[in-house]
Design a protein around this ligand. Sequence first.
Ligand code: ZN
Length: 272
Amino acid sequence: MFQPGAIAAVGCMVDSCRECATCRNGLEQYCERRTIWTYGSPDAHTSGVTYGGYSTAIVVDQAFVLHVPAVLDLAGAAPLLCAGITTYSPLRHWKVGPSCRVGIVGLGGLGHMGLKLAHAMGAEVTLFTTSPGKADDARRLGADQVVLSTDPDAMKAQQNRLDFILNTVAASHDLGAYLKLLRLDGVMTLVGLPEHDHSALKAGVLTSKRRSLAGSGIGGIRETQEMLDFCAEHGLVSDIELIPMNYINTAYERMLKSDVRYRFVIDMASLA
Ligand SMILES: [Zn+2]
C-alpha cells in the first residue's frame, strides 16, 4: 500500500499476466504470456503502447510500483530500477556471498553497480576492463583487483580461479577468454545485449571444467524491492550525472562514446 506523499518508483515493467506459474513465482519479467514493459510495449489496458517515464506523471498499478527507502538519494536511486536490479538479480540467483570469487566484466552503467553490489555482498571482486584509465575508479567502487583484459599474462593468471562472472559488456567479444577463468562448476552470466553476435565458442571450454554460460534479465518486483532495501542498508546508489531535459541530445552523443560515469539521470523538474 502507498500513502499520500510516499516516494514511489517504477522500473522497466508496468504489468504482466500475473497468473502464470512464472508470475506467481515473482518472476514477472519472464512472464509466460506477456510482460508489459515501461517503454514501447503494447498496453493491454489502453490498446495503445506504453510511453515510458519521461513525463511529469505516470499511471501504474501499485502491484508494479516500488517503495523507495527515504535514505536513498533520489537521483542516484533512479538507475537502481534498471542497472541495479539487472546486476543484483543474477548475483543473488547464483548465490554470491562471502568467500565467493567474483569477476565483473566491463565498467559501465551495469558494471559499476555489479561491482558495488558484489562487494557489499562480501565477495572478493575482480574487475576486467580494456581501459587502463578505469583502474582507480574500479577500486573506489569496490574492486579488490583490476585486470586489463588485453594483457594475456594477467588473464592467464586468473584461469580456473573464479566462482562466478557477471559479464556486462554490450559489444560482441570472445566469451571463451572469460569462461576459462571459471573454476570447476563456475558460471558466467551475460547481462549485456550486444548489437552483433558473440564470436563462436569452443565446447571444450565448458566441458573441461563443467562450466555454465547463462543469461539474466532485470528482476521481478519482489526482488527489485529487496534490492532497494539492500541498497538502503548498505548506503548504495548509482554514480550519476544529473542533467536537464534540454541536454539529452548531448547526453545521448556522450553515452555512445561511453563518456558518462556512470548513468545520466534527467531532472524532470526541468521539463516545464
Ligand atoms: Zn505471467
